[in-house]
Design a protein around this ligand. Structure first.
Ligand code: HEM
Length: 329
């Protein structure tokens, strides 16, 4: 069952009015925007290959929590607990500094023009394209949120323990289909996860005191070595066998019982999602097509709340009302 508060938040999300997004939004105001983002992402990938996967994950964690509005980049303030320390993000989301670098380069070229929310969308697309995956045209014109909510992130973002039926229900709340769910999970074709996220699978699946029976035995041995009981749970393992290449290896691994996360392997265990896993494991171009569709749909999620273009992705700009209130205080 999806949390009732989540249903309320999502209802709010669908009824709220949203700004129309379109390709080429910055073609007049900042024509270099997309090439600047691609360039910084390329340099980040050369410096640290995993960083582009880490940045790509931001799109999911941003868009599912009150729309794609860069709320997850906001630092905590004395009056606001942001999303950086939420259950799914703490000690897990990383490479925030790559977004800072993109923002800095864009502020130099076109001050106050390109939103942090659009940066996340462009950078995620670039992460995929630079890793050998598809390239596509993104819709732009998002505003940055004025607030963030740790509680909303906690309520919405799924745990690595989630099973396919929970994930189907969750994605459906965002108008994302079963096919979208399976294709978007294919983002785990790049990047890594921590032992912390799989300890239960290795040693106590569903409270049985036993490992997940769907784990292929050789792969389980490998994971047991990587993540021994009592060991450092911040050690990381690859999410598929080719973690720097965006390809359909992830789906081949699921068919072979070699998925890293429970939420990955469950897509092959459950009958409703299994056929898509099979299809994508056999046909990479079907995967790429469905993935692009899913990313565009996810990128369309908007809260309809008021927004701005921040000049630093970590903090809300000072608004006239804040300055007025400060001068009275
Ligand atoms: C379907 C539900 C999903 C669940 C339950 C899930 C969960 C996770 C978890 C637990 C990790 C590893 C985190 C850690 O151990 O610190 C991870 C990594 C990752 N996720 Fe997901 N995820 C899901 C969907 C998505 C989607 C839709 C995207 C993007 C479109 C995405 C992109 C990524 C990427 C790229 C990484 C690797 C990041 C890195 O190397 O730093 N995930 N995910």
């Amino acid at each position: 069952m999806v949390h009732p508060l989540l249903s309320f938040l999502l209802l709010f999300q669908t009824i709220a009015t949203a700004t129309p997004l379109r390709p080429g939004f910055y073609s007049e105001t900042c024509p270099q925007a997309e090439s600047i983002v691609r360039d910084v992402m390329y340099k980040a990938m050369i410096r640290e290959p995993r960083s582009v996967a880490s940045v790509m994950r931001f799109q999911f964690h941003d868009c599912f929590v009150n729309g794609c509005d860069a709320s997850l980049l906001l630092d905590d303030t004395p009056t606001m607990l942001g999303e950086k320390l939420s259950l799914s993000n703490i000690d897990s989301l990383r490479s925030y500094q790559v977004v800072d670098e993109v923002k800095e380069a864009l502020e130099k070229a076109c001050p106050g023009t390109v939103s942090c929310a659009d940066i996340i969308i462009m950078a995620s697309r670039d992460a995929v394209a630079l890793s050998g995956g598809p390239n596509w045209e993104v819709k732009l014109g998002r505003k940055d949120s004025l607030t963030a909510s740790q509680a909303d992130s906690d309520n919405i973002m799924p745990s690595p323990r989630a099973n396919a039926s929970y994930l189907i229900e969750l994605f459906d709340k965002f108008n994302l289909s079963v096919k979208d769910l399976v294709a978007l999970s294919g983002s785990h074709s790049i990047g890594q996860g921590r032992c912390f996220s799989i300890m239960f699978r290795l040693y106590n699946q569903s409270g049985t005191g036993r490992p997940d029976p769907t784990l292929e035995p050789k792969f389980r041995e490998k994971l047991d070595k990587l993540c021994p009981l009592g060991g450092d749970e911040n050690v990381t393992g690859d999410l598929d066998a080719t973690p720097h290449l965006f390809d359909n290896q992830y789906f081949k691994d699921l068919v072979a019982g070699r998925g890293f996360l429970n939420s990955d392997q469950t897509l092959f265990t459950f009958q409703q999602t299994r056929e898509y896993v099979r299809l994508f494991s056999r046909d990479q171009s079907e995967f790429f097509k469905a993935f692009v569709e899913g990313m565009i749909k996810m990128g369309d999620l908007q809260s309809g709340r008021p927004g701005e273009v921040r000049n630093n992705c970590r903090v809300v700009n000072h608004r006239p009302i804040d300055i007025l209130l400060e001068s009275i205080a």
